[in-house]
Design a protein around this ligand. Structure first.
Ligand code: 7TS
Length: 417
């Protein structure tokens, strides 16, 4: 395996080899070597993914599922090949249960719209948590307004975990849908979704999982989890933007209404009535993002080539190092200190606005995200406006964490002197 080397009994990532596969990392930003710590927003793409896009447009492009000519067949085969590989990646029983979307946001909207509109009724309850990304809040709010549903919210503890002791009060026979984030983009918290799924099913509720921050880091086995729907985005897992995946159980997808109407999702159209294609095509109206879906296959193979657990172990090490080093800086406070975390470190620095800190770090070539991270209710819960967030990927190094530690110390010293 090219990206691994063995140190004693432990397998560590060969980060230099991995870095060499990411052209974008080898540049100066503001006259310093780029340090890219904004991976939770979107991570960078290896050469193989970029080349796959180029190859597709150079050699294979045509519209899919409709032509008899050679290019149409090649493009269709490549697109459907990604579907199969994606199904294996999450251990979906069938490739037809994988729907390509624009991203996690569209996956959640699809379920809220195509399942929620048809099957939830006035007075039914939808349960989410206080740590959800806006894309797992607003679609449910819109649905609740439209259908007279009630939105219930699981509260948070100070350390960024959900107060699971109140689950029994909030999850009731009236709950018809639970929609929960697998790993929080702001806090890093990994939720014990398997337990929640079991409890929700015991009461007859369906469960949708927002896996945007989990897909590149945690093993996902939708059969073992037994989730009803699971959504994630390619661009957070070394793949192209504009591609997402919605997994759904066949029996649910089959009874759902189409999300959008148009070409490719029909069997027969007449003015008397229209019949729809089978899944997954029923949910993929119009010409999809063929090129990016085709290249997404390379992103999955990149992750599997290294091994998710090796990537996660490396990222955990960086998280541990950053948490230890930065916690020693006067005024630093981590937001989100759950037991189980993905490699996301959000923090506030007393007396320094997060935007200012973000701009000063950018001047040193370091990319972090600042602000509310599309989790405003979470910010409100902790009485803050925003945080600085560093998030790590396979290509980040201990040296980069050290460099950021040095700059954080300098910046805070200067501003306080
Ligand atoms: N859910 C979670 C947990 C996310 O982190 C994000 C994006 C989304 C949903 C939406 O994903 P999309 O691909 O459809 O946009 N999170 C972030 C972030 O933390 N910074 O920028 C985007």
């Amino acid at each position: 395996m090219g990206n691994l080397h063995t140190t004693g009994t432990k397998q560590a990532l060969d980060v230099e080899t991995i870095r060499s596969q990411f052209p974008i990392l080898h540049q100066q930003v503001n006259s310093r070597p780029l340090i890219y710590f904004d991976n939770a927003a979107s991570n960078q793409k290896p050469e193989l993914v970029i080349k796959a896009l180029e190859h597709y447009y150079h050699c294979d492009h045509a519209n899919i599922h409709r032509g008899v000519h050679t290019l149409a067949e090649r493009a269709t085969t490549a697109y459907e090949e990604t579907r199969k590989i994606t199904a294996d990646f999450i251990n979906a029983p069938e490739a037809e249960e994988v729907i390509f979307t624009k991203g996690t946001t569209e996956g959640i909207n699809l379920v809220a719209s195509a399942y929620g509109r048809a099957f939830l009724q006035e007075g039914d309850e939808v349960l989410i948590s206080n740590m959800e990304h806006h894309s797992n809040i607003v679609p449910w709010q819109l649905l609740c307004e439209e259908k007279g549903l009630i939105l219930k919210v699981l509260p948070l503890k100070d350390n960024g975990e959900i107060k699971w002791e109140v689950l029994d009060q909030l999850l009731t026979p009236k709950t018809k849908m639970v929609s929960l984030v697998h790993a929080s983009n702001t806090l890093g918290t990994i939720n014990p979704i398997k337990n929640v799924i079991r409890q929700a099913h015991d009461l007859g509720a369906l469960v949708m999982i927002d896996g945007a921050q989990a897909a590149a880091h945690l093993e996902i086995d939708v059969q073992d989890l037994d989730c009803d729907f699971y959504a994630f985005s390619s661009h957070k897992m070394y793949g192209p933007t504009g591609v997402g995946v919605l997994y759904g159980k066949r029996r649910l997808l089959e009874k759902m209404k189409p999300y959008q109407g148009g070409g490719e999702m029909i069997k027969e159209v007449s003015f008397e009535g229209t019949t729809f294609s089978d899944i997954p095509h029923k949910f993929e109206a119009g010409t999809p993002n063929i090129a990016d879906v085709v290249a997404f296959k390379q992103a999955i193979e990149f992750i599997e080539g290294i091994g998710k657990s090796s990537i996660a172990a490396h990222e955990d090490q960086l998280l541990k190092q950053a948490t230890e080093q930065w916690s020693k800086i006067p005024g630093f406070r981590a937001v989100g200190t759950a037991q189980q975390k993905v490699a996301v470190l959000s923090f506030v620095m007393e007396g320094i606005h997060h935007f200012d800190l973000g701009v000063m770090l950018d001047a040193k070539g370091i990319a972090v995200r600042t602000g509310h991270h599309c989790t405003q209710p979470l910010m409100e819960c902790y009485g803050i406006e925003g945080t600085v967030r560093a998030s790590f990927s396979a290509y980040n190094t201990e040296e980069e964490v050290d460099i950021m530690s040095g700059h954080l110390k300098d910046i805070t010293n200067k501003l306080r002197s």
